[in-house]
Design a protein around this ligand. Structure first.
Ligand SMILES: N[C@@H](CCC(=O)N[C@@H](CS)C(=O)NCC(=O)O)C(=O)O
Length: 251
């Protein structure tokens, strides 16, 4: 359909923010796989819409002025909220409250959880001496713990992060699913647990979470050596390596 939102997608927490929002807003969309395990994020046609070589990104083929692209999940959620008029009220006080928690999630919760996962899950595969990781593991595990404490306090007496369910909840929620894996004792965060379940029960959230779940299938069938090479490719990026990969993926 020519008025669809095309989502450049791989099934990750940041990707699910967008599919959940699209499902909640009932906007027509289609997924285009960006297999970040196989280097699709370096292709020139993807960099043209997402210069930071990260997914998710979208092209709204239904925009009245012609196709419009957006990268960064937070900017995408704001755009979809404005487009649909849903979950992102236009009253200044409400919108500002949502914006600050949205930015909190993209500036703190997502990146710190990502670093926590990096040092606990991936770095041990890549460094010769795991003893070098002790400080980094503690630093980011503690920081995720602090952030969960912030969210826990915010949810006291509220069903959703800013009162009504909004794009802020959609941005934060996927990242809280990995709490246990990131070394957090989730029983110490009862407000987060109750909120997490409240949101998980929403059919649109379940549909958003199921979107594109087969995209990782080719990666799951890689050998251990191939998986390690893919992890090295993901974790060892520099300006030059991105440039080289982009050039090599042409044609
Ligand atoms: N701040 C970005 C983060 C996006 C991001 O980190 N995406 C990851 C997957 S979750 C990615 O595309 N990684 C590809 C790579 O590292 O090359 C957002 O919120 O959209």
């Amino acid at each position: 359909m020519e008025n669809e939102v095309e989502v450049f997608f791989f099934p990750t927490m940041n990707g699910h923010r967008v599919t959940i929002a699209l499902e909640e807003m009932k906007l027509p969309y289609r997924l285009t796989c960006v297999n970040i395990r196989e280097g699709d994020q370096f292709k020139p046609e993807f960099l043209a819409i997402s210069p930071n070589n990260r997914m998710p990104a979208i092209i709204d083929h239904g925009h009245p002025d012609g196709p419009l692209s957006v990268f960064e999940s937070g900017a995408i959620l704001q755009y979809l909220g404005r487009k649909s008029g849903l979950f992102y009220p236009s009253r200044e006080a409400e919108r500002t409250a949502i914006d600050q928690w949205l930015v909190w999630s993209v500036a703190h919760l997502g990146p710190m959880s990502g670093q926590c996962g990096h040092f606990n899950v991936y770095a041990p595969l890549l460094v010769e001496d795991p003893a070098h990781l002790v400080y980094a593991k503690k630093r980011f595990t503690d920081e995720v713990n602090r952030l969960y404490g912030v969210l826990e306090r915010q949810l006291a007496g509220r069903d959703y992060v800013t009162g009504e369910y909004s794009i802020a909840d959609m941005a934060i929620w996927p990242w809280t699913l990995s709490g246990d894996r990131l070394g957090q004792d989730m029983s110490t965060f009862p407000n987060i647990l109750a909120w997490r379940e409240r949101i998980r029960e929403r059919p649109a959230v379940q549909a958003g979470l199921a979107a594109g779940k087969d995209f990782g299938a080719t990666t799951r069938s890689l050998t251990d050596a191939e998986k390690l090479a893919s992890t090295r490719m993901l974790m060892g990026q520099t300006a030059q390596s991105v440039e080289d990969r982009s050039r090599n993926s042409v044609g």
